[in-house]
Every structure is written in structure tokens, then in C-alpha cells.
Design a protein around this ligand. Structure first.
Ligand SMILES: CC(C)(COP(=O)(O)OP(=O)(O)OC[C@H]1O[C@@H](n2cnc3c(N)ncnc32)[C@H](O)[C@@H]1OP(=O)(O)O)[C@@H](O)C(=O)NCCC(=O)NCCS
Length: 228
């Protein structure tokens, strides 16, 4: 079976949904090739992020592109591997309708992640608003790309974007206690464990008897100064 992530096999300029567009690098994803004017929010260099232009956040290896209707097919393919949703709903694949609803509820705060060089689809990241000026960090990476540091790299860039550009006060994240890879990512990004809790979920997932954990990271606190 061909790799579902390797949607781009030739080094062409694409719009990150698989179709070829004329125009320059990442601006094509947003503008359809029209040149973009530099905005105040564009930051050329920062710790976790190489650039932020036209809504596309670029790290050393990833381009985080605002989620759009054109990405539904990639989301369905991502969720078709049971390993991806093992700790979310026990591994059920998402339907096209569910992916469409996911996109609709994600506009403005979730991004699709592609490799910055060959534009291979890797997964998605999100900074979901609420409560108040807080955001929930989320991520999902395709198994073909696990354990290469992509989740950590994208999460670090979004952490810096949240605190330095969006003026978020607190980032938080929840995951199953037994989701050790996700917990490790949060720890590498500087989050700290704040609580373990138990709640009823519609799906009985192996390991749910150990409950869930919540992590957090506050902005501008002296004890956050060491985050990397
Ligand atoms: C969790 C997830 C995002 C991690 O993505 P990733 O790109 O592989 O993450 P990274 O490579 O940046 O880091 C993974 C870390 O977890 C560690 N890890 C992986 N599997 C592990 C396991 N079973 N037990 C302990 N640690 C594990 C890796 O060794 C690595 O840590 P290290 O750098 O100290 O060696 C990815 O596995 C995923 O998308 N899973 C499915 C969806 C999901 O669970 N999302 C989170 C829901 S809250």
C-alpha cells in the first residue's frame, strides 16, 4: 500500500492539500500565489519557530498551515490507522462527515503539519481557545513519523507563538494516563503535571481505568525561564 502521508512525490510547489499552484513558497498556501504584505505579527526568528508569515508557522522541519476544507481527505487518512486514535476513542476511523465537522470546528486554531522541505503530510497541531485567555494544546502525528521529534518541534513552536504573539496566559493539555508518548512530549515542551482525574467516557478504552492527566504551562513565570 502506498504511504498515505507521502502525498507529494515530486518537489513541486503545492498548496499543502496536494494540488499544484503557481507562485512562491508558503504564500501560495494562503494567497493562491499573490504576494503577501509583511504584517506586524510576522516574526522572522524565535526559539521554536523560524518564521510566521501569512498564518503559516515554519519550524526547522515543519510548516504548520491553517486547517481548511481541502484537508478533509488527509484527516480521514490520518485517522484510518487504529494506532492514531488508540488513546482517543479506542482506534475508530473517522468518517468524512466527522472530518468535515472537525475542520469546521478547527478554523482559526488548528493547523495541518507538513514537512517544510518536501511537503509530506505529517499530522496536525492545535491551540484551542478557552477558558478566558488560555489555550488547549493538541497534536496528532501519523505513525510513519512517530519518534522523530515532530510533535515536540511543533508543540514548542506553538507554545512560543501562544505566549509571544497571541498573549496567552496559560497553556494546558489533557491525555490518558497511559499515553506515555503524549505525556513525554508535554514534558519536553516544559509542561508540568497538575492533576490526575477520572471521568466517564462514551468509549471504554484499554487503560482508561488509570484515568487522565492534565498538564499546564504558564506564561512569563520565572520558573518557566528554563523551558527549551
Ligand atoms: C503522541 C504523539 C503526538 C507523539 O508524536 P511524536 O512525533 O512521535 O513525538 P516526539 O517524537 O516529539 O516525542 C515522543 C517521545 O515519546 C517517547 N515515547 C514514545 N513512545 C513511548 C512509550 N510507549 N513509552 C514512553 N515513551 C515513549 C519517545 O521516546 C519520545 O521521547 P524522547 O525524545 O525523550 O525519546 C504521537 O504518538 C501521536 O500522534 N499519537 C496518536 C495521537 C495522540 O495520542 N495524540 C495525543 C492525544 S492527547
Amino acid at each position: 500500500m502506498p504511504s498515505i502521508w507521502a502525498i507529494q512525490t515530486r518537489p513541486t510547489v503545492t498548496d499543502f492539500a496536494g494540488s499544484v499552484r503557481p507562485g512562491g513558497l508558503f504564500s501560495a498556501a494562503i494567497t493562491g500565489g499573490r504576494p503577501t504584505r509583511r504584517r506586524r505579527s510576522e516574526v522572522p526568528i524565535r526559539s521554536g519557530c523560524v518564521s510566521y508569515t501569512g498564518g503559516v508557522l515554519v519550524t526547522a522541519r515543519l510548516a504548520l498551515v491553517p486547517i481548511a476544507d481541502a484537508h478533509v481527505r488527509l484527516l480521514v487518512e490520518l485517522d484510518s490507522d487504529p494506532a492514531v486514535k488508540r488513546f482517543i476513542d479506542g482506534g475508530k476511523p473517522s468518517t468524512v462527515l466527522e472530518a468535515e465537522e472537525f475542520v469546521a470546528s478547527s478554523i482559526g486554531h488548528r493547523s495541518m503539519a507538513f514537512t517544510a522541505d518536501e511537503r509530506v503530510f505529517v499530522g496536525w497541531f492545535g491551540l484551542v481557545p478557552g477558558p478566558a485567555d488560555q489555550r488547549e494544546l493538541g497534536y496528532r502525528i501519523g505513525p510513519a513519523h512517530w519518534n522523530r521529534g515532530f510533535a515536540t518541534e511543533g508543540a514548542r513552536a506553538l507554545r512560543d507563538h501562544a505566549f509571544e504573539t497571541l498573549d496567552v496566559s496559560r497553556l494546558w493539555a489533557q491525555t490518558m494516563t497511559v499515553n506515555l508518548a503524549s505525556r513525554r512530549v508535554l514534558e519536553k515542551v516544559g509542561f508540568r503535571l497538575v492533576r490526575q482525574f477520572f471521568q466517564e467516557w462514551p468509549d471504554l478504552i484499554e487503560g482508561s481505568e488509570h484515568g487522565d492527566v492534565e498538564y499546564e504551562l504558564w506564561a512569563r513565570r520565572p520558573d518557566n525561564a528554563s523551558r527549551t
